[in-house]
Design a protein around this ligand. Sequence first.
Ligand code: GLY
Length: 331
Amino acid sequence: MKRRNFILQSILGSAVLGIFSNSVTAFNLDKSLKNSAMISYKSNIFPLTIATWNFPNASKRAGELLAEGATALDAVEQGVMVEEADIRNTTVGKGGAPDRDGNVTLDACIMSPSGDAGAVVYLKYTSHAASVARKVMEETPHVMLAGEGADLFAIQQGFEKEELFTEGSKLAYQEWLKKKEYKPIINIENHDTIGMLCIDKNGDIAGACTSSGLSYKINGRVGDSPIIGSGLFLDNEVGGAVATGMGEAIMKSVGSFLIVELMRQGQSPQDACEEAINRIIKANPNFKEFQAAFIAVNKKGEIGSHCIQKGFSYVKYQDGKNENIPSSYNF
Ligand code: GLY
């Protein structure tokens, strides 16, 4: 069922809808179904930053840079760097949980408003995977570098060689080795991928997605986060989408690409995110065992978010403040 309950909050006083270009401040999504979800729409909302989960420091960093006039690409890179450097976050960057053999490996991708893209997978010695992805995009004729080659490239580009396996992650790994159970916990172990979309003052969109992937994955496993179209996709004429959650399900749906294409066909970001999640549910009989979530924004600044299980939220930075917004969900 479509859920359009548009509440016109602030109109110039004019009855002529065609001239409310700077006057419409909000569409409030009908809350009658399932749970609450809010999308906001203002024509003068840019710059705007949204990111998966509640990473207020990351969104604030990006948002402040945008307010100072930074490009969407610079802001999104700098924003996700905050989480990549935070060792308390065990599924992004330094301090990420290792695979079963004790390797901490990072995956990331980045896209610019021009549609250009870069990605790295199985990066072992540099915490700022999205920045290395940007270098791949800007300094090579390729889109993705993997493993040893990606690490070598990062060093050649001037990135510091780091030890990503922190004492905290080592202790957690020692505990895990006692039972060696591979059982990602919904909204706990598979939740910390940061996917961010920034729209700058000019209305241009850039995005990044960066993760250490699933805790205790098989050595060599790569998730959705560095895969253009799965973890992230954008088209500067349409909008963008990013994903978090079980990479295997997200990859099989090519969900971020799907959402952008649905928005291109006229769907709202919210409807497009719901469609992407519904397809994942349909294709995966075990959908109750994992989380998958998308957030999306279109060129008008309308935002959508949907996930499988209750518990996912996203953060929006706009007009100098952060807001953590619970996502709608199916279960
Ligand atoms: N969404 C992150 C991963 O599955 O690796």
